[in-house]
Write a protein that binds this ligand. Structure first.
Ligand SMILES: CC(C)(COP(=O)(O)OP(=O)(O)OC[C@H]1O[C@@H](n2cnc3c(N)ncnc32)[C@H](O)[C@@H]1OP(=O)(O)O)[C@@H](O)C(=O)NCCC(=O)NCCS
Length: 153
């Protein structure tokens, strides 16, 4: 299938919301996604199919890395439509994300993931992330610990 990675636009938000819901990702409202489109520090990418439908997305931000006086990035959410998983679309999204933030000066990427989300943890490890800490009862609905991961890029 011909998949392209592109910057997210308003027309993708409906599909992003549906992927988020299907994936059980932390709930972001339409307004929250829309406001990221307007933020200069936001990095919001989509994977689109031949019909320009969004079948995956990654969202994060460039942030100051206060410890070393440089830039870092955070990933807030990544999701691929269930029917298209395990075909390396998530890999293309995360590589595009890290390439883009590296071009903007980031040297590290941070993220939090539910400790029971072993698929995502494997996926992130495959992409060079390592576990560096955890937060007890970080998530609600359902309550769960967070595993904190980072990659040097
Ligand atoms: C995590 C997610 C984005 C991965 O996307 P994907 O396109 O299916 O992943 P890829 O095909 O690029 O997989 C890359 C590698 O990750 C690992 N991986 C991916 N899915 C896996 C699974 N179900 N079990 C074990 N390892 C897995 C494998 O090492 C895989 O490489 P391989 O297929 O060559 O063995 C996808 O599973 C998803 O949308 N999950 C639901 C949302 C979610 O949990 N997001 C994370 C929130 S923090």
């Amino acid at each position: 299938m011909n998949i392209e990675i592109a910057t997210a636009a308003e027309e993708h938000i409906e599909e992003v919301l549906s992927i988020g819901e299907e994936s059980g990702l932390s709930v972001w409202s339409r307004e929250a996604y829309n406001s990221e489109l307007a933020r200069p520090e936001s990095v919001f990418l989509v994977a689109t199919d031949a019909d320009s439908r969004c079948i995956g997305f990654v969202i994060g931000r460039l942030v100051p890395d206060t410890f070393v006086d440089s830039m870092a990035a955070e990933i807030y959410n990544i999701g691929v439509q269930r029917a298209h998983r395990r075909t390396h679309i998530g890999s293309r999204l995360i590589r595009s994300f890290t390439d883009l933030v590296a071009k903007n000066g980031a040297t590290k990427v941070f993220l939090e993931v539910r400790t029971g989300n072993l698929t995502a943890i494997e996926f992130y490890k495959k992409h060079g992330f390592e576990i560096y800490s955890s937060r007890r009862a970080f998530y609600s609905d359902p309550p769960e610990d967070a595993t904190l991961m980072r990659a040097i890029i």
